[in-house]
Write a protein that binds this ligand. Structure first.
Ligand SMILES: [Zn+2]
Length: 280
């Protein structure tokens, strides 16, 4: 195994047909979000000698889009256990239903983490009314992957389609949760533009906070991100593609050309994620 891609949106035909923002995303990212069957996605990762953390986001309350369900993600993951690590998703606005569903997803379905997207789910991660969701993750010792920074979803449309960026700011949103749940592993997703320095600071300050480098080509990483990844944060940053928006091949190719230290590269690609996900 060469790498673990910690940020992969399962983009099968069944998932994409439920996404009302698909056309907008294709316009913004200037790419067609080609549906792949789960088997095709698994084959792609197998060929690349990678594992992939897969998920679908439950954003029913904020978006009105129906959620395909954690059972679906668990089924895909269990059909391809050599490559896929399935994460659950719950819509925090569903309250006790969300807490119960997360408990079920982590125990009965065997999912191994939680994905949250505060922009499309329209919630402040540090709002205490949603804290029971983190309690479940902490209890089962699984990480929570939380989107941070700008999102391509809604970008370029009037009013950003009602999506607010204020939910995605690392300080206080991620910093508060990390302080209140020191036993919870949090992965802040993406370089977190325009608050990248805040995300670096939180990862530096809180031992339980990590970052994934998904959604951006390493070609465009800011010098400070590369500097911290090469030094103080070398055990805390992880490769993620944000497939299907960015392919793992493209990310890796641009990573090779970026000025990362040779001894740090395997940590970013593989070792940090292996530790955070508790893989052998
Ligand atoms: Zn993503």
């Amino acid at each position: 195994m060469r790498a673990i891609d910690v940020h992969v949106h399962l983009s099968t035909p069944e998932v994409l047909e439920r996404d009302s923002m698909r056309a907008q995303k294709e316009t913004y990212f200037k790419t067609s979000l080609r549906a792949m069957t789960a088997a095709e996605m698994a084959e792609m990762y197998r060929r690349l000698e990678m594992k992939a953390v897969i998920f679908v986001i439950d954003k029913e309350a904020g978006s009105g889009d129906p959620f395909i369900g954690n059972d679906y993600v668990a089924k895909v993951a269990s059909e391809h256990p050599d490559v896929f690590i399935g994460f659950a998703s719950v819509d925090p606005w569903k309250g006790r239903t969300a807490v119960r569903e997360l408990e079920r997803a982590l125990t009965e379905l065997g999912l191994r983490g939680l994905k949250l997207q505060p922009a499309t789910q329209a919630f402040y991660p540090n709002d205490r009314q949603f804290y029971s969701v983190y309690e479940v993750c902490a209890k089962h010792r699984v990480p929570v992957l939380i989107h941070t920074g700008h999102t391509g979803i809604g970008a370029g449309t009037p009013g950003g389609s009602g999506i607010r960026l204020r939910y995605t700011r690392p300080i206080p949103c991620i910093d508060d949760v990390a302080a209140d749940f020191p036993e919870l592993t949090i992965i802040g997703a993406h370089p977190s533009w325009p608050w990248q320095e805040e995300m670096l600071a939180v990862a530096l300050h809180k031992a339980n906070v990590y970052m994934d480098l998904s959604g951006w080509s390493p070609k465009y990483f800011a010098p400070s991100l590369i500097q911290y990844a090469n030094t103080l944060l070398q055990d805390k940053v992880m490769f993620g593609s944000d497939f299907p928006v960015l392919s793992p091949e493209r990310w890796l190719k641009d990573f090779e050309g970026a000025p990362f230290k040779d001894e740090v590269r395997p940590k970013i690609l593989l070792e940090n994620a292996r530790r955070v996900l508790g893989l052998p």
